[in-house]
Design a binder for this molecule. Structure first.
Ligand code: FEO
Length: 163
């Protein structure tokens, strides 16, 4: 049996993961408009991953007879600035997600919910990867700063990201 606190915490995280997907689709639209189709595709792949994260949490809740409640989503910005600024915004967003995942784990510890602890451990490792990847891309973009041909090469490489 899942506690009310745990139920609410998982449900809140489902909302956060879906909001991440929504934000990343907005970023993808921005990058398409700026004519960086590779980066736009990369960010869309990221949006799909976020939906996957939301489903992983929701399915855990459903498997345990728990309820997920969806909330209204905030309207995302339309313009995220340069390619570098967009990836910096991704990194900042992922840092907030990491903090939320850590809080979720604390709830699982406080509630002595061992099944949720195992689930959330996967997300803790995933966040390390997500921050690392965004940081690596930012480093490449910083190194290429102002040189459009290098930015286009990076954009092309980002577009090679698979599902
Ligand atoms: Fe699901 Fe990018 O955190």
């Amino acid at each position: 049996m899942i506690s009310k606190n745990m139920e609410k915490a998982i449900s809140d995280q489902v909302n956060k993961e879906l909001a991440s997907a929504y934000l990343y689709v907005a970023m993808s639209a921005h990058l398409e408009a700026r004519e960086y189709p590779g980066a736009a595709k990369w960010v869309r792949q990221q949006a799909k991953e976020e939906v996957g994260h939301a489903m992983k949490l929701a399915e855990h809740a459903f498997d345990r007879g728990s309820r997920v409640v969806l909330e209204a989503m905030e309207k995302p910005p339309v313009d995220f600035g340069s390619l570098e600024q967009t990836f910096k915004a991704i990194l900042e967003h992922e840092k907030k997600v990491t903090a939320a995942i850590h809080k979720l784990y604390e709830t699982a510890l406080n509630e002595k919910d061992y099944a949720a602890q195992v689930l959330v451990q996967w997300f803790i490792s995933e966040q390390v990867e997500e921050e690392k990847t965004a940081q690596e891309i930012i480093r490449q973009l910083e190194a290429a700063e102002g040189r459009e041909h290098l930015l286009l090469m990076i954009d092309h490489r980002l577009g090679e990201r698979g599902d």
